[in-house]
Design a protein around this ligand. Structure first.
Ligand code: HEM
Length: 151
């Protein structure tokens, strides 16, 4: 499999064009993103984390629509650095990622046709795995203080 971490460091998460069965649209992305974060905000496990970190929800939702537009429609609208945004979340554990993916799956299956939902879920799972690799399995990078005494 091609190593795409260089792309990801530049905010490019997907180079495949999405068309045909399972394709989505900007309108569907917006519906999915808004429904997903409404659910997140009310969730007992994830709500306190997101509500504690995000002050301006309108800006976050707009950013997440850009992100999914870049991932699913390759529009290149998202220019951020997801790795950096997540590395600073010290309270987050792999269990939170499981919950995030469960809620994302539920929402995608409600909002989208089955083939489209699968495409979203597959991309989300791949990105979640990549984020977790950096957050939990590269301790020196996740927390430079831990470098002391190591290698
Ligand atoms: C337990 C899992 C997760 C938690 C708790 C979490 C939490 C957060 C929080 C609090 C922010 C806002 C950071 C800030 O504005 O400073 C954020 C941003 C973001 N998250 Fe997550 N996230 C999770 C999983 C994911 C996953 C799986 C994806 C992608 C599929 C994702 C994509 C993003 C993106 C693109 C941003 C915007 C980063 C930026 O450019 O500022 N997150 N996340």
């Amino acid at each position: 499999m091609k190593d795409n971490r260089e792309d990801q460091a530049q905010g490019i998460w997907c180079r495949e064009a999405d068309a045909g069965p399972g394709a989505t649209s900007e309108a569907e992305i917006r519906t999915l993103v808004h429904a997903f974060y409404s659910r997140i905000r009310e969730d007992a496990e994830l709500g306190p984390i997101f509500n504690g970190e995000i002050g301006d929800w309108d800006t976050h939702l707009a950013k997440m629509c850009d992100f999914w537009s870049s991932v699913m429609l390759t529009t290149g609208r998202y220019k951020g650095q997801p790795m950096r945004a997540h590395l600073k979340l010290k309270q987050v554990t792999p269990k939170h990622f499981d919950r995030w993916l469960t809620l994302f799956r539920q929402t995608a299956e409600e909002v989208c046709a089955p083939e489209t939902a699968e495409r979203f879920i597959e991309k989300a799972a791949r990105i979640a795995e990549s984020l977790q690799l950096d957050m939990f399995f590269k301790p020196a990078q996740a927390d430079p203080a831990r470098r002391a005494g190591c290698c």
